[in-house]
Design a protein around this ligand. Structure first.
Ligand code: ACO
Ligand code: KIV
Ligand code: MG
Length: 514
């Protein structure tokens, strides 16, 4: 491989999913994995197979669906974890076992309660066992950035000797700063005798906002794999954001002459999909994928951009797949323009789905003056997340305001094809709506999050609602988008309920009823 090629290892489906509340179901993981494959991600870490049957099945399903990226699963340094991981990645065209063990004094003493020599022994043993099950093995020194150098060198040497092809040095708690982290990588290249037999990887967390800077600094010293996530999703403050790493490398080859295989034009689509599925809204000023990343509001900037875009734009919106479209959509648009628009936005839908989306688009255009690209994305994503739902929203009427106290909702739901109606009251219109859903479909799940954001500007903008429900320690996110915030709220709640039913079906097949 080209010496300057950097391997992109995406862990949105594993470390990204460790963000509290970002759990994804099997279908959602497969959808994201296919988009990652399409964008040219080299390695997709699809999950932690020992964690649950659901995680095992999701890794296995991703391994079956994806052909052009390596599919990786995580495993602790135990035979059980490694065997489960090997079984989950078995259907992959190329599979990888990623096994890890903490090496810092703090983690070894308090978390693992193991002496360093025992840890070293386990590193060699676990990597060798993983290698007996597959050729492609990655070993991570958890909390590597806080590990004593001599000990880290011994562990890395032992892991390579036992057959690891990739050695990852995580900054697990986001403690490192760029020059220190770069020096750590350089130190390993200088001191570990067999280092040339492995690819050195970095995995940085963003607790101090330095994950991307640390990753790039390490690449400057010889690391050739970066572990990252879409939108920087991940444990606590998240992981290094893939879109920032890839665009930094693409935009500044003069300072960082390294290449990735990422088709950057797919970045916006991947970011929106991950945001829709997890319910984690991207902050407007987020680099590369925030709503404002390419927006110019102030007069002097607008003047400059109109005269010559590069005055204030260091990347083109097109380069990240953000198109300034020539197709303006409205109530007079027909199917041909709509299909062309869907294609432009990166959707490849079957005829029935296109017809369904077109009808919803026409409905929306009747209610909303300007239909923006973001509206169409929200509308299509909204239809896709509904899939084969058992519970469907048929109608909703809400009475609220100063003259209608307490607010009340009349709601019609279809459950397994049977439609029923109920009236319920609540502290507010949303509460009344959710109470009506609970009356028709009784359940114990607790509402953990209710979040509304506007898809575009204006009072006629579509509301995008996320509802998170929790039951028996498991949480699911539901989404809904509509110009009517209450209808969007009901759709989001019903969507979350449907996901909960799928989850229940998997854990206790006989108990999936209301
Ligand atoms: C830095 C990271 O991101 S690491 C990945 C973190 N991700 C996750 O933890 C998500 C999935 N995790 C899970 O579902 C569960 O924690 C499981 C299934 C892995 C384990 O569950 P449990 O058996 O109940 O163990 P629990 O979570 O309470 O504790 C973890 C155990 O693993 C041990 N452990 C932690 N890391 C490792 C490792 N790399 N190798 C071997 N053992 C390890 C801990 O010392 C602890 O052991 P102990 O129970 O003997 O004290
Ligand atoms: C499991 C490892 C790679 C990890 O996620 C970390 O150390 O942050
Ligand atoms: Mg991590």
């Amino acid at each position: 491989m080209d010496h300057n090629r950097v391997i992109i290892f995406d862990t949105t489906l594993r470390d990204g999913e460790q963000s509290p509340g970002a759990s994804m179901n099997l279908e959602e993981k497969v959808r994201i994995a296919l988009v990652l494959e399409e964008m040219g991600v080299d390695v997709i870490e699809a999950g932690f197979p020992i964690a649950s049957n659901g995680d095992f099945e999701a890794v296995e399903a991703v391994a079956k669906a994806v052909r052009n990226s390596v599919i990786c699963g995580l495993a602790r340094a135990t035979r059980g974890d490694i065997e489960r991981c090997a079984a989950a990645i078995k259907p992959a065209a190329s599979g990888r076992i990623h096994t890890f063990l903490s090496t810092s004094p703090l983690h070894m003493k308090y978390k693992l309660q193991m002496e360093p020599e025992k840890v070293l022994e386990k590193v060699a043993e676990s990597v060798a066992y993983a290698r007996s099950l597959t050729d492609d093995v990655e070993w991570s020194a958890e909390d590597g950035s806080r590990t004593e150098h001599d000990f880290l060198c011994r562990c890395v040497e032992a892991a390579i000797k036992s057959g690891a092809r990739t050695i990852n040095i995580p900054d697990t708690v986001g403690y490192a700063v760029p020059d220190e982290y770069a020096a750590l990588i350089e130190m390993l290249f200088n001191r570990v005798p067999n280092i040339d037999k492995a690819v050195i990887s970095v995995h940085c967390h963003n607790d101090l906002g330095l994950a991307v800077a640390n990753s790039l600094a390490a690449v400057g010293k010889g690391a050739r794999q970066i572990e990252c996530t879409i939108n920087g999703l991940g444990e606590r403050a998240g992981n290094a954001a893939m879109e920032e790493i890839v665009m930094a490398l693409r935009t500044r080859p003069d300072r960082m002459p390294f290449k990735t295989g990422i088709k950057t034009e797919n970045i916006t689509k991947a970011s929106r999909l991950v945001s829709t599925i997890t319910g984690f809204v991207v902050q407007p000023n987020k680099a590369i994928v925030g709503k404002n990343a390419f927006a110019h509001e102030s007069g002097i900037h607008q003047d400059g951009v109109l005269k010559h875009a590069q005055t204030y734009e260091i990347m083109t919106p097109d380069s990240v797949g953000l198109h300034r479209s020539h197709l303006v959509m409205g109530k007079h648009s027909g199917r041909a323009a709509f299909k062309a628009k869907l294609k432009e936005l990166g959707y490849d839908l079957g005829d029935n789905a296109v017809e369904d989306a077109f009808n919803r688009f026409k409905d929306l255009a009747d209610r909303k003056k300007d239909v923006f690209d973001e509206d169409i994305v929200a509308l299509v994503d909204d239809a896709v997340v509904r899939g084969n739902d058992r519970v469907k929203l048929i109608s909703l009427e809400v009475l609220c305001g100063t003259k209608h106290q307490p607010p009340s909702a009349v709601l019609e739901l279809s459950v397994d094809g049977v439609t029923r109606e109920v009236r319920a009251t609540g502290d507010g219109p949303v509460d009344a709506t959710f109470n009506a859903i609970k009356a028709l479909f009784p359940h114990e799940a607790k509402l953990q999050l209710y979040q509304v954001s506007a898809v575009t500007q204006g009072t006629d903008a579509q509301a995008e609602v996320t509802v998170r429900l929790e039951e028996d320690g498991k949480s699911v996110n539901g989404q809904g988008a509509e110009t009517d915030t209450l209808v969007a709220s009901a759709r989001a709640y019903v969507n979350a309920l449907n996901k909960l039913l799928v989850k229940r079906q998997k854990t206790a097949p006989d108990a999936a009823g209301p």
